[in-house]
Design a protein around this ligand. Structure first.
Ligand code: ZN
Length: 150
């Protein structure tokens, strides 16, 4: 299956960043195979705020195949995931008030869509960021590194 979202994101990054500077939004796709099918995320330099739309293209419920989108520095991800697990389902597997979390959506099930809008002021050039799903057992597979370009 072709993955159109990847193509679109790469276009944003490489070909016409200026033309798309006002597009401060990206969609991240996930599925019942415990995958983020979107493997890249680009935050254009001109965006003060950025919105990530998380879509779950599967059919399984949130209790068995729940996905969220949690963004943090790559160095912080292990701690974010461990504390999210302890926080449990009622907290959406994200520790309340976790300062390491840059952005997080609620957990959704198949067919659902959610989003989060966050300030980009914490994103630094040269730093490595990663987004994960913190649903128990998913983070080792559902993890995508996002280098901050410019
Ligand atoms: Zn998940």
């Amino acid at each position: 299956m072709v993955r159109p979202s990847i193509v679109i994101l790469l276009l944003l990054a490489g070909v016409a960043p200026r033309a798309f500077a006002s597009t401060c939004e990206a969609t991240v796709e996930s599925n019942d195979a415990m995958q983020f099918t979107t493997r890249s995320l680009v935050v254009p330099a001109g965006c003060d705020r950025f919105t990530v739309v998380l879509r779950h293209a599967g059919k399984l419920p949130a209790t068995t195949m729940g996905h969220n989108f949690v963004l943090g520095r790559t160095a912080d991800i292990a701690g974010i995931v461990a504390d999210g697990m302890k926080a449990g389902a009622t907290a959406g597997f994200v520790k309340r008030g976790d300062a390491r979390v840059i952005a997080a959506t609620p957990v959704i099930g198949g067919g659902a869509t959610t989003s989060v809008t966050f300030a980009t002021t914490r994103l630094r050039a040269g730093e490595s960021y990663t987004f994960v799903c913190t649903f128990p057992g998913h983070a080792p597979i559902m993890r995508v590194r996002v280098p901050r370009g410019n």
